[in-house]
Each structure stands twice: as structure tokens, then as C-alpha cells.
Ligand binder design. Sequence first.
Ligand code: AP5
Ligand code: MG
Length: 217
Amino acid sequence: MQLILLGPPGAGKGTQAARIGAEFKIPPISTGDMFREAIKKQTPLGEQVERYMKAGELVPDELVLGIVRERLAAPDTAQGFLLDGFPRTVPQAVALDQHLTEKGQALTAVINIEVDPEILVARLSGRRICQDCGEVYHVVTKREQKPGVCDRCQGPLIQREDDYEATVRNRLAVYARQTAPLIAYYRETGLLMTVDGAQSIDDVYQAIVTGIRQRVG
Ligand code: AP5
Ligand code: MG
């Protein structure tokens, strides 16, 4: 099963990706998480992408395609994968199509999570993430049990640098300009499935799982 989670920053892609991946036994793959990991480890890739991420701009396609190709060559993707935050431009989508054709795989569905921009700003400014395992929290809607400590791995919770309001607004503008055209791209293929992301986390999850099950029969 090859799935894509599409949606603006804060739509809930990362939150849902962990659960959907576990449900269908496919690895969730987040390009944003891979870049944050590279920055944390101060790798050459991390150094190249840091300034784009800090500014809320997209990382150049060639850097993104390099890490995605490498990740999709790993053996755990043989039964499929769930892409979170990739593709984000039409050239990335075209490159993914080519890659899948070469591997004899095809996309199963593209899940577009829709949420009103004002809700997104509130979600992102209240988001906290675990520095160690990446688990996602929110100061109002998804609180940790012990303040500042991850429920899952006891790591420290931090705020992402690109979650400050001015950067969030730029990310939303970048999304509208560069990523939203993918909705039409995938609608044409008949693979697009739209989900109302303003519902509760559980309801969004149920809507996605039901939609996928209907598709795969
Ligand atoms: P990336 O890490 O992908 O960030 P993003 O797309 O901006 O998305 P977010 O992670 O901010 O939001 P999300 O949809 O995952 O929401 P979440 O589940 O956390 O990319 C970061 C940067 O990396 C980019 O700006 C770019 O520079 C670079 N990059 C990455 N991929 C790239 C690519 N392919 N090409 C070029 N550049 C790339 O939820 C948000 C908050 O809301 C959380 O606090 C959560 O608890 C809460 N929440 C979630 N769902 C609900 C709900 N239903 N109700 C209430 N609260 C909810
Ligand atoms: Mg995310």
C-alpha cells in the first residue's frame, strides 16, 4: 500500500501518519522529520537545509529527491509506505511517479487533509514535539502527562523553530503557492481522497481508515 498524506502545515499529517502507518503496517516517512534529524546531527545535508526550514521556505527539489530516493530504497518499504510532507511540488510528484513506475509500484491513495488557515496558526503555535522521538503534542488539545516530558520516551518537549507565528504564516503562503497545485494534480489521477481535518484527532483517523478500506476493498 503506497499512501501520500497531503495538507497544509498543521493539518495533522504527522499526528495521523504515526497511527495510519501502525494500522496498515507500513512505515511513515516524513521528509520534515528527516531534515530535522539531519540538522540535529549536524550532517552536511542538515547544514544545507537549515536556512530554508528556519525561514519556512521549501528545501530545493534536488536535495529532497536525494533523501527520498535513498529512503524508498530501504527494505522496509517493500510492502509500501506512507509519505508525510512529500511530494510538495509538482516536480517532486512527477519524480515520485517515475520512481514508482521503475519499482513496479503504484499509489493506492492520496489523502488530502483540509483545515481552515486560522485553525492552523493556533495549532502550530501550540505544538510541542519530543526532541528525542518526535512524538507530537499540543498545549491545549494533546497534553503530555508530566509537564515538558514525552509520555512515550521521557524525552524533553520543545517548540519547533518554524512554529513562531510569522514563520507559520510564511509556510502557509508557501503551501498555497507551491503545494496546493498538487490537489488538482492528484484529483486528475482519481486517487485523491479529501478528509475534514478540523474534526477531532480520532474522527480524522477514522475517516482516513474508512476511506482507505473502501479503496482497497
Ligand atoms: P514538515 O515537517 O513536513 O512540516 P509541515 O508540512 O509544515 O507540517 P507540520 O509538521 O507543521 O504539520 P502536520 O500536518 O504534520 O501537523 P501535526 O500532526 O504536527 O516540513 C517542515 C519544513 O521542512 C518545510 O517548511 C520545508 O522547509 C522542509 N520540507 C519538508 N518536506 C519538504 C519537501 N517535500 N519539499 C521541500 N521542503 C520540504 O499537528 C499540528 C498540531 O496540531 C499538533 O500540535 C497536533 O497535536 C495538533 N493537531 C493535529 N490534529 C489535530 C486535530 N484533529 N484537532 C486538534 N489538534 C490537532
Ligand atoms: Mg509534520
